[in-house]
Design a protein around this ligand. Structure first.
Ligand SMILES: Nc1nc2c(ncn2[C@@H]2O[C@H](COP(=O)(O)OP(=O)(O)OP(=O)(O)O)[C@@H](O)[C@H]2O)c(=O)[nH]1
Ligand SMILES: [Mg+2]
Length: 520
């Protein structure tokens, strides 16, 4: 038996970035030729893409774990690691992506629309890329960071112009079969239809789609029967068609009470308005135009019943069609009436102001700048939590077994203003600092920054950085310049002398620049 798969929980993860490489160029006659460690490749993204060939979410039901490939590690000789491959997951048109707690992340409508479900992790820089005039031969590289891992819910909402609703066995699937080329399963037991069927109907010059949905029963809006599972499918249609069974054998049912029960269920079902504005104006289900179809008039009882209830239904303002899906009686008129409504709805969308619909949807904007510091109490001790895209990423990139890498992290954090921020938040050396959320990295904080040291050194209640800044005069500047020049000349002379004396060998690690390497 087919299962009703229009809602799956998918576990996606982007590929992990490759690690950067630490390597030093070695050549004949030039044993230490400088850093040549290449960068790690980026991990692949996992992307959902609307594809018309795909009509169900069945594949994801069977295999709900999807991962993109990892980036390759950097290598010596400036060779970068390969990027991971993007994993494209085809999804049907009308797939809605939600988080586990129901927040709509994307509404994928239109061939080729994409959603980055899980971004791959960035590859780490190799030591070649990390070298700078100040850090000539870094003895470390950055680690690749893990790809995003997320659990998302995919829901399918068929995009049909007209939706057929009605009790089980009212003849909805039979109607689709009679009006289009679709060949859904038809049988005389309730809930024959488990997956909505879609059919294309041609009436005059108008082509449109109709969908049936699994039979509705009382309590559907609370999840009875197939419940909400099917109501999702009618959310986007232009009109609803009630299919009423005029020949039911159940004595406690008649077309009018059936219609009232279904209407009550539609009333209770709140249309998820979250995609309004993406997909045109969204009118709640209970306000969509309606047609009423009295089916099975080929049966003697059916004809009688139809004629009996017709005036009552028309009094309530419905356009009523007596049809037989079996003999095709009345289907032509029904088709034209449907076409009329579809045309009107299409016209309304056309005249509506254009909606901005990004073709590629990203899960969240990356907070490029900044960070926040939150003071939390951990027992009696304060705890300072640093949250922010950059600091959290940098921590992931750091090989904590490598002192140089840790030093580099400290520099980066200081430069971003994290240390400064910690001082301002009231952190004292030795306090616990966590960078990141739940699984953040914990530090005992040792300020390294010059500004911070100043702060520490100055008497309580003062801040050295706020002291009056006295602008030097031109004469003063010239004097300073001369002083520095003299000092440089002296230093150079000293160096020259040392070299002549033979105590000096070629070095690549920046010792020569001692003095201006103040951020190490
Ligand atoms: N005599 C007669 N029988 C019909 C007509 N339309 C449908 N039926 C029969 O009614 C039964 C149910 O038809 P379906 O089309 O499967 O009904 P459905 O509304 O899709 O039912 P579910 O998918 O279970 O909700 C089948 O045995 C059909 O042959 C009709 O116009 N006349
Ligand atoms: Mg059916």
């Amino acid at each position: 038996m087919a299962t009703f798969v229009d809602r799956v929980v998918l576990h996606v993860s982007g590929g992990t970035g490759g690690h950067g490489c630490v390597s030093v160029k070695r050549e004949k006659f030039k044993p230490l030729g400088g850093p040549d460690g290449g960068n790690g490749g980026n991990g692949g993204d996992v992307i959902l893409r609307v594809d018309h060939q795909t009509t169900t979410l069945l594949d994801y039901h069977h295999a709900p774990h999807r991962h993109a490939t990892n980036g390759g590690s950097g290598m010596g000789d400036w060779r970068d690691g390969k990027n991971g491959e993007t994993l494209v997951l085809p999804v049907p048109d009308g797939t809605v992506v939600k988080s586990l707690d129901g927040e709509v992340l994307a509404d994928l409508v239109g061939e080729g629309t994409e959603f980055v479900a899980a971004a791959g992790g960035q590859g780490g820089l190799g030591n070649a890329a990390l070298s700078s005039p100040k850090r000539k031969a870094p003895g470390f590289a950055l680690l690749g960071i893990p790809g995003e891992a997320r659990d998302i819910v995919l829901e399918l909402k068929s995009i049909a112009d007209i939706a057929l609703v009605g009790f089980p066995s009212a003849g909805k699937s039979s109607l689709i079969a009679a009006m289009s080329a679709a060949r859904p399963k038809i049988a005389d037991y309730p809930f024959t239809t488990l997956i909505p069927n879609l059919g294309v109907v041609q009436a005059g010059d108008t082509r449109f789609t109709i969908a049936d949905v699994p039979g509705l029963i009382e309590g559907a809006s609370e999840g009875r029967g197939l419940g909400h599972n099917f109501l999702r499918h009618v959310e986007r249609c232009a009109a609803l068609v009630h299919v009423l069974d005029c020949a039911t054998l159940e004595t406690d049912r008649n077309p009018i009470s059936d219609l009232e029960i279904i209407e009550a269920e539609l009333d209770k079902y709140a249309v998820d308005m979250s995609y309004a504005g993406v997909d045109g104006e969204v009118v709640p289900l209970n306000q969509r135009p309606r047609l009423v179809v009295l089916n099975k008039v080929d049966m003697p009882d059916g004809k009688e019943m139809a004629e009996f209830v017709r005036p009552e239904l028309e009094e309530r303002g419905y356009r009523v069609f007596e049809v037989s899906a079996m003999t095709r009686e009345g289907l032509r008129e029904l088709g034209f009436a449907m076409a009329e409504i579809v045309e009107a709805a299409r016209e309304a969308v056309k005249t509506a102001p254009p909606k901005v619909k990004p073709a590629v949807l990203r899960p969240r904007a990356v907070n490029q700048a900044g960070f926040t510091i939150r003071r939390e109490e951990k027992g009696l001790q304060p705890l300072f939590r640093v949250l922010g895209d950059k600091p959290e990423r940098w921590v992931q990139q750091t090989d904590f077994n490598n002192d140089e890498a840790v030093g580099f992290l400290a520099d980066r954090l200081a430069k971003l203003g994290v240390e400064d921020g910690l001082f301002k938040a009231g952190a004292k050396p030795g306090d616990t600092v966590v960078i990141g959320g739940e699984d953040g990295v914990v530090f005992d904080w040792e300020p390294t920054m010059v500004g911070g040291a100043e702060l520490l050194a100055s008497p309580r209640g003062t801040d050295a950085r706020l002291e009056e800044f006295i602008r030097p005069t031109r004469v003063q500047k010239r004097e300073e310049y001369q002083e520095r020049k003299d000092a440089k000349a002296a230093a150079r002379a000293e160096l020259e002398a040392e070299r002549k004396a033979g105590i000096w060998t070629e070095s690549i690690d920046g010792e020569q620049q001692a003095g201006d390497d103040d951020d190490e």
